[in-house]
Design a protein around this ligand. Structure first.
Ligand code: SER
Length: 889
């Protein structure tokens, strides 16, 4: 049975049994605790928690998922994949254990003719949570599974949660016995290769708190209702129904492996190593295509890094199998065609996906060339120092600067017989991540503990936003937190978070910053509002401080936003829409929005583009925006169904999840976008838009920064003043400035070179004198001492080599000269062959000298270089070298 048929049967089976079919959500999780969607239930988490009412009590879906913790296992076992599709049926307070178990059994064992999967019931083994008597009883007495094929297991395998605070519950897994050729008997409790898990039924009824691992966390209480969340691995069932030994040989992945064999000439089945590589390539390329399809672009953090790592592992495996040049386009093409049958947007988006993939491949091939040199040097250094372990700092540097994934460093180091200090590497990575997190925390509400907000939300309900039409109005205080804890009252000086039943304050969202302003209570209390966020969907939390008076829950209030700030933000937001459209017109639909920030008078706009946008295109885009805005176009917002919005061609943002009803913002006949933000009424209010420039913020993503209105004017006025000052200095018209200044710079450069040459000549002139003054230290000609200050390392080296060359080759010679440049001592030491035969190695001498100088250095036995911190120690360093030479002679 083909994968597409397995999927079709799943959805129709559950649809016929009263489930609403919901399409797969984007792989980009709309959940601050997750990077990517790892399970079918993720889009429904708010329904389990009771935060949002589900659209129907029974839902079914086939959800795209990505999991990477087991990435090292991919290709080695028969069933680990980074991308997979999870078929799920969900009940929100509707059927529970018995209903879920009966449905699962019926679908799995029902005959193929009747729409089932036709599995042999004798081959199915069940596991239940060790304390779940009820589930065991249902399997045994209601379904009739013999007791010996039901096993009880602990929390690890049979109690499911997302690994973070949220819904959880005991679960029961259905496993398929693949037969004795897959190992010993005894059921899933002893052999999970032979008895492979295909379907997990979670009896979702509790909410868990924070904790480590799969077992160590508190149960906070019951969920509002008893729910069902099940997940069947489509790829695993395909493996069984297609009679193949592993999931990589199923229909949708086999074709990718075939393409990889065609490109490399390697035969599948010929050797274990290349088989693993082929499977890694098939899995990883498919995952990459699916991620890029959902708007992820390769980068060094978060999702971008997951994608980068996966793509780079695939490319590296292709190279290990002998592929030399680019391979990704052809492999991705196969994935798009195959997966496109289920996900047609991949086919429509083929160009963009391939462009992003190709750009990453090109970057990686470049990285491989450059980074491999750095890594080779690090390996050689480690080896020559007698080490067997590559330092964590080196691995980190390779990762951070050269984009070398750690596994690549590990692999290459292992090929050279070295291990890597992975702990050190991870420590540095952790430090870096913590720093990034702290930066983010300093800016935003941490989403770590939402329970306090949820508590307020439960009593207060959703906030009515009045700010599209008014900037101030009456309301009531319905929730209050002091120091993150719900409180009945707050007083002067307190930092508080306050929830109103209705508010004109816009909460940060959709790239638009929050409003600021004041809330006055009728009792006389005043709250200065600095920020507004929605930590729980639909509930606006105003953050600020109590200036005077007492704030109490239930009090009547009057909320007023800072109108000037709001207007400046609105101008920026409307300008962002114009920029988005103008960019798309210039670059095509691949210039899709990847993020934005609209703040007072300025905005930044991130968009997909495989390469830098040329300056001339930016100028055209800016001109177009300014032409359009002076056309005095009306800006209108309308709420409509998502379907109508799509029909009208409204642009939606990647990875955003939209409800059934959406708000569409239209700017004349120029732009139409799904957007919840606040805008100007007419483009003439923008006055002026100035694009400041464009830069890269990750592979395939560019950022434009721009100013709007008075901020744009002030910027241009400042630039004008600078130009006037330059004109005065250079004595030329504005258009002559670039040429005149570049002429001056060229002259300056020539003059600097000339000075450099004179200085070098002067230094080198000293060579003859120095050679002639060589002292004889027990048969060794030793030239040492301090030359003029400010000599560059290069010049010093030239001088040292010149002096060495002037001493007859049969006489052992050591030349060790010192200088002080920019306040720091520097030394270059050279020895000739006769000296080296006496054991005098430049590298050793430099190490001693540099240590005396308070620094370090090294090099080869014939020439080495070093430096330090202490310029006053040069005399001492000279003596140290003399002593060494005397000792060895
Ligand atoms: N959430 C469960 C899982 O991922 C069942 O869907 O296994």
């Amino acid at each position: 049975m083909e994968s597409a048929e397995i999927r079709r049967r799943w959805l129709s089976f559950f649809e016929e049994r009263g489930h609403t079919v919901v399409p797969s959500a984007s792989l980009i999780a709309d959940d601050p605790t997750l990077l990517l969607v790892p399970a079918g239930m993720v889009p429904f988490k708010p329904y389990f928690l009771g935060e949002t009412k589900p659209p129907a009590p029974r839902i079914t879906s086939v959800q795209k998922c990505v999991r990477t913790p087991d990435i090292e296992e991919v290709g080695k076992t028969t069933r680990h994949g980074t991308f997979f599709q999870m078929c799920g049926n969900f009940s929100f307070g509707d059927y529970f254990k018995e209903g879920a178990i009966k449905l699962a059994w019926e679908l799995l064992t029902g005959s193929v003719a009747d729409g089932g999967y036709g599995l042999d019931p004798e081959r199915l083994w069940i596991t239940v949570y060790q304390e779940d008597d009820e589930a065991e009883r249902i399997w045994r007495d209601v379904i009739g599974v013999p007791a010996e094929r039901i096993q009880r297991l602990g929390m690890g395998p049979n109690f499911w949660s997302m690994g973070v605070p949220g819904p959880c519950g005991p679960c029961s897994e259905i496993n398929y016995d693949r037969g004795p050729e897959f190992g010993e008997e005894g059921g899933p409790a002893v052999n999970d290769e032979r008895y492979v898990e295909i379907w997990n039924l979670v009896f979702m009824q509790y909410e868990r708190g924070a904790g480590e691992g799969k077992e160590d966390f508190p149960i906070l209480g019951d969920l509002p209702s008893k729910n069902i969340d099940t997940g069947l691995g489509l790829e695993r069932l395909a493996m069984i129904l297609q009679g193949v030994r592993n999931m990589y040989e199923t229909d949708t992945l086999r074709v990718v492996m075939d393409k990889a064999t065609e490109l490399t000439g390697v035969r599948y089945g010929a050797a274990h190593g290349t088989d693993v590589s082929l499977r890694v390539v098939a899995d990883h390329i498919r995952t990459s295509v699916m991620l890029i399809g959902d708007g992820v672009t390769p980068g060094n953090e978060g999702r971008g890094y997951v994608l980068r790592r996966i793509m780079r592992r695939a490319i590296r495996n292709m190279r290990l199998m002998g592929a030399g040049g680019p391979v990704v386009a052809e492999l991705a093409d196969v994935v798009i065609t195959t997966m496109g049958e289920q996900y047609p947007e991949l086919v429509t988006d083929r160009k963009r996906i391939e462009a992003v993939a190709l750009a990453e491949e090109a970057r990686f091939l470049k990285t491989l060339n450059a980074g491999t040199n750095v890594l080779d040097t690090a390996i050689t250094e480690t080896r020559s120092g007698g080490g067997r372990v590559l330092a964590g700092e080196k691995a980190f540097l390779l990762h951070d600067t050269w984009g070398f994934p750690i596994d690549l460093t590990l692999e290459i180091a292992a090929e050279q017989g070295l291990s890597v200090d992975e702990d050190g590497f991870r420590r540095l990575m952790k430090e870096q991540r913590e720093k990034a997190k702290a930066d983010a925390r300093a800016k935003k509400t941490g989403h770590a503990d939402l329970s306090a907000y949820r508590e307020v939300a439960d009593t207060a309900g959703a906030t009515e936003f009045t700010g599209y039409l008014s900037t101030e109005g009456e309301s009531t205080v319905v929730g209050l937190l002091v120091d993150g804890v719900p409180s009945p009252a707050a007083s002067e000086g307190d930092e508080i978070e306050i929830v109103l039943d209705r508010t004109p304050f816009y909460a940060e969202g959709g790239g638009q910053l929050a409003d600021q302003g004041r809330i006055r209570l009728h009792s006389g209390a005043v709250i200065e509002v600095r920020d507004v966020q929605q930590p729980v969907p639909g509930v606006s939390v105003h953050k600020g401080s109590v200036q005077v008076g007492e704030v109490t829950v239930g009090a009547s209030a009057y909320a007023a936003i800072d109108v000037k700030r709001r207007r400046a933000i609105a101008r920026a937001h409307s300008a962002t829409h114009l920029t988005h459209q103008a960019l798309r017109d210039a670059l095509g639909p691949t210039a899709a929005q990847a993020g934005s920030e609209n703040s007072p008078g300025r905005f930044r706009f991130d968009f997909g583009s495989p390469a830098a946008v040329p300056g001339s295109v930016l100028t055209d885009v800016e001109q177009r925006i300014n032409e359009v805005l002076s056309g005095e176009l009306e800006v209108q917002a309308e709420v409509m169904s998502l379907e109508d919005a799509k029909k009208q061609g409204a642009i939606a943002e990647f990875g955003e999840k939209y409800g059934e009803r959406v708000r569409v913002v239209t700017i004349g006949d120029f732009s139409k976008e799904l957007c919840g933000g606040t805008h100007v009424g007419n483009t003439a209010q923008l006055g002026l838009v100035k694009l400041l420039g464009e830069s890269s913020i990750g592979s395939g993503v560019r950022r434009i920064e721009a100013l709007v209105g008075a901020d744009a004017y002030n910027f241009l006025a400042r630039e004008h003043t600078v130009v006037a000052q330059l004109q005065e200095l250079v004595k030329g018209r504005p258009e002559e400035l670039p040429e005149k200044i570049s002429g001056m710079l060229a002259k300056l450069k020539d003059a600097e070179k000339e000075i450099e040459r004179f200085r070098a000549e002067k230094v080198l002139q000293a060579a003859a004198g120095l050679a002639a003054g060589a002292q004889d230290v027990r048969g060794v000609a030793l030239v040492t001492g301090q030359v003029a200050d400010g000599v560059s390392a290069d010049d010093l080296r030239k001088l040292v080599l010149d002096v060495r060359g002037r001493i007859p080759g049969d006489r052992p010679a050591v030349v060790a000269l010192f200088t002080v440049a920019n306040g720091r001592p520097l030394t270059v030491i050279a020895t000739n062959e006769a000296a080296r035969e006496r054991g005098l190695k430049a590298g050793d001498l430099v190490r001693t000298a540099a240590k005396t100088l308070g620094g370090g250095g090294g090099g080869k036995p014939d020439v080495a270089q070093g430096g330090g911190q202490n310029p006053d120690a040069v005399g001492e360093a000279v003596t140290a070298v003399e002593r060494l030479v005397a000792g060895a002679s």
